[in-house]
Design a protein around this ligand. Structure first.
Ligand SMILES: *Cc1c(COP(=O)(O)O)cnc(C)c1O
Length: 236
């Protein structure tokens, strides 16, 4: 595995997808997904200029941040339990995986205590998969105003994980659906939402063509992920 080569190839694919879509390269941010990866992987990535990392477990991230000195930003991309929100608000610059009003309220409370405003994305389960977290689109629209009214939360946009498929084209309708849902939310808000976080190793080019502003890439950058270290480390 040569990280520099992988990053170069991904960069070229991002540039090409942007060109196909008539978009600027600067409109797409690469979130390097380092979940389950050791701190050394983060440091190697940082040496190549990557500064934004995606993680899905609080405990693991806390340890990793301590082992990776530097000015990095960390995005929470995994399901967040309410009892972990305090740490999540502290360690992450964005929580991409807000999937209920109750969680948003809890984040709002924790952010208020630390005099912080927390940028979030609302995660949508566009394909309605029973194995995935995330809002049903109709649920999201029903709760959107209540979440937006929380003073210490800033909604920056929407996030989704497309169903796994060998053919990336299969993800296109789901990405399109998320983009259309963002437009619906913008109508409620009256202002544009800047972000659509969609696209992973297998489908980020299609996601860019459909308007992704953040792509979350793990295995295409770092190779196969090690298994999680301790399954229950986040359960107290
Ligand atoms: C693991 C994960 C990714 C990265 O997936 P790859 O297929 O390894 O690129 C992206 N987004 C979320 C929410 C994830 O959990």
């Amino acid at each position: 595995m040569d990280l520099a080569d992988n990053l170069n190839r991904i960069e070229q694919r991002i540039v090409a997808a942007c060109a196909r879509a008539g978009r600027e390269r600067s409109s797409v941010t690469l979130v390097a997904v380092t979940k389950n990866q050791p701190a050394q992987v983060v440091r190697d990535a940082a040496n190549l200029g990557l500064t934004l990392f995606g993680e899905n477990r609080i405990q693991e991230t806390k340890i990793k941040i301590g082992q990776c000195p530097g000015h990095f930003r960390w995005h929470m991309i995994g399901h967040l339990q309410s009892n972990k929100t305090r740490d999540a608000v502290h360690f992450f610059s964005m929580i991409e995986s807000v999937d209920s009003l109750a969680l948003a309220q809890e984040i709002n409370k924790c952010a208020d205590k630390t005099a912080k405003t927390m940028p979030i994305l609302l995660e949508v389960n566009v394909a309605g998969e029973s194995t995935k977290f995330g809002y049903r689109p109709d649920q999201l629209l029903a709760e959107f105003e209540q979440i937006n009214a929380l003073p210490k939360i800033e909604i920056h946009g929407l996030m989704t994980i497309a169903p796994y498929a060998d053919d990336p084209e299969k993800a296109r309708p789901h990405f399109r659906c998320l983009r259309e849902l963002k437009t619906e939310c913008e109508k409620i808000l009256g202002v544009p939402l800047p972000h659509l976080s969609m696209g992973m190793s297998g489908d980020f080019e299609v996601a860019i063509e459909e308007g992704a502003t953040m792509i979350r890439v793990g295995t295409a950058l770092f190779g196969a992920r090690p298994k999680p270290v301790a399954k229950n480390e986040d359960v107290e």
